[in-house]
Design a protein around this ligand. Structure first.
Ligand code: NAD
Length: 487
């Protein structure tokens, strides 16, 4: 059966290649993390389907590139309209597939999905320009030309949100795309493919190949017919992709993991700090940006911990479709076991687990309770490795110099949070933190005009505004001499 009904919508479980549905001989089973409900058998792609998708995307490229920013923009705005019209279906679908909160999908995520598409369509039409400048009377004209076929590989924690951060700028830049969604969350990409048809986006411009990373993903990134690889996922996978890309020298953009610090200075508003700390459990900790290492100045540590504990105790864990739920399940049994492994090993090492630390006994399934490890031993894996679950660590510090060194002391550099009541003090810290994004007295504020990405092993490149086009497009400079004209 190639069509399944999820949340009242008909979802095709096959690939979407060259404007038509394509099946594979093999499938894999997709279940909901909410309660293990069987969702469907999904086509399991590999080299054959990737070959077809690259051929389709290459065939569609010249006409799509020739449409220009205005022509593409009109179609992308129609696509964004359709996302908005289908907010409810997309929200329900995403929640069933990945277990994130339905209310967040409805009110925050899906509107942002539409905005991701609109923003980059508008940026290509209105903002993507560089004033010509003279060199000894010669004029430099900088342009952003479509580059070819972009391979987009995305994780499961925010499937359509993260996919459209790539789809928006890639299509607006004039590239055609092949999306390989995470195998645990294939459904929203499939439904989105139908919306591209309704929007009038020509066949072959947007393609979806479903399947496992080691099969469909590996075949895609190794293909010589693609011009860009945009990947969001883990550091180990990025290393494999970088090796495959090296053979064809395919440019890569990597948005990777983190182990971000949240620093509560002695002058911080502790109620605000506790509010922000609780947010680090959002999406059951499955957020790359999450500030999982909370450093608190020793002068306020007891008071902060009490306020944090009071708020953390109020977190409601449960069915993500329930309006009152704050955090839902982990994505998959494999991931749940990985998180549990970290916590069990921490307990065996004698680390101080002050709350949580166990699967949620009332809910069963994939629900892991919000957990705090206090003063883990320096160098312990809970404080160096990305767990990607609802497991936070809290440590006290005494001087700015000490906390700066410890905050910067991981292989990651994705994000950081600083909570302070003094602007100069906060700036002293933010000036020397190594991170792609730093939030001061806030969390998760993101503007698509701003650069987004990771330092150190948290990524290569930046998304947002012109930075996105610098990656997806071929940036060209045409130097025109004042001499030689016949007219
Ligand atoms: P993952 O690396 O396991 O998988 C990500 C994607 O890569 C999936 O689609 C997977 O199928 C594919 N893949 C796996 N092996 C592949 C291969 N050999 N070749 C090509 N593709 C392959 O990551 P995940 O578990 O899905 O996601 C969690 C990770 O993503 C965390 O590390 C998290 O921090 C990171 N993440 C980063 C950001 C960011 O913006 N920096 C955002 C969300 C998630």
């Amino acid at each position: 059966m190639s069509t399944i009904s999820v949340a009242g919508a008909d979802i095709d479980t096959r690939h979407f290649i060259g404007g038509v549905r394509v099946s594979s001989t093999e499938t894999y089973t997709n279940t909901s993390p909410i309660d293990g409900t069987f969702l469907g058998e999904i086509s399991r792609g590999g080299a054959t389907e990737v070959e077809q998708a690259v051929a389709a995307a290459r065939a569609a490229f010249p006409a799509w590139a020739a449409l220009g920013p205005q022509g593409r923009g009109a179609l992308l705005h129609k696509l964004a309209d359709l996302v908005e019209e289908n907010n409810e279906t997309l929200s329900q679908l995403e929640t069933m597939d990945n277990g994130s909160l339905l209310r967040s999908h409805r009110r925050g995520v899906m509107p942002r999905v539409a905005m991701n598409i609109r923003f980059f369509a508008d940026w290509a039409m209105n903002e993507l320009r560089h004033e010509p400048f003279e060199t000894r009377g010669h004029t430099n004209n900088v342009s952003w030309d479509p580059s070819g076929v972009a391979a987009l590989i995305t994780p499961w924690n925010a499937p359509l949100m993260l996919a459209t951060w790539k789809i928006g700028p890639a299509l607006a830049a004039g590239d055609t795309v092949i999306l390989k969604p995470a195998e645990w969350t294939p459904l929203s990409a499939s439904f989105f493919a139908d919306l591209t048809v309704k929007a009038g986006i020509p066949a072959g411009v947007f393609n979806v190949v479903q399947g496992y990373g080691a099969e469909a993903g590996a075949a895609l990134v190794a293909h010589p017919g693609i011009s860009r690889i945009s990947f969001t996922g883990s550091v180990p996978t990025a290393k494999i992709i970088a090796r495959a890309a090296a053979d064809n020298l395919t440019p890569c953009s990597f948005e990777l993991g983190g182990k971000s610090p949240m620093i509560v200075l002695g002058d911080a508003d502790l109620d605000l700090a506790a509010e922000i700390a609780v947010e680090q459990y959002d999406n059951a900790g499955q957020v790359c940006l999450s500030g999982t290492r909370i450093f608190v100045h020793e002068s306020v540590a007891d008071e902060f911990q009490a306020k944090f504990a009071e708020r953390a105790a109020k977190i409601t864990q449960g069915d993500p479709r329930d309006e009152n739920t704050d955090i839902g399940p982990q994505i998959h049994q494999v991931h749940f076991d990985r998180i549990k492994g970290f916590v069990d090993r921490a307990a065996a090492e004698g680390q101080n687990i002050v709350w949580g630390g166990t699967p949620n006994a009332d809910l069963g399934g994939l629900y892991f309770t919000p957990t705090l490890v206090l003063e883990p031993t320096p160098g312990a894996e809970v404080v160096t490795q990305e767990i990607f679950g609802p497991v936070l660590t809290m440590m006290t510090f005494s001087t700015d110099e000490e906390v700066i060194e410890r905050a910067n002391g991981t292989e990651f550099g994705l994000a950081a949070v600083v909570v302070s009541g003094n602007k100069d003090h906060a700036k002293k810290i933010t000036d020397v933190l190594v991170a792609g994004t730093i939030w001061v007295n806030c969390f998760f504020v993101r503007d698509l005009r701003a650069p987004f990405g990771g330092s150190k092993k948290s990524g290569i490149g930046r998304d947002g505004g012109t930075w996105s086009f610098d990656f997806y497009a071929d940036v060209k400079n045409t130097v025109v001499s004042p001499n030689g004209w016949k007219e």
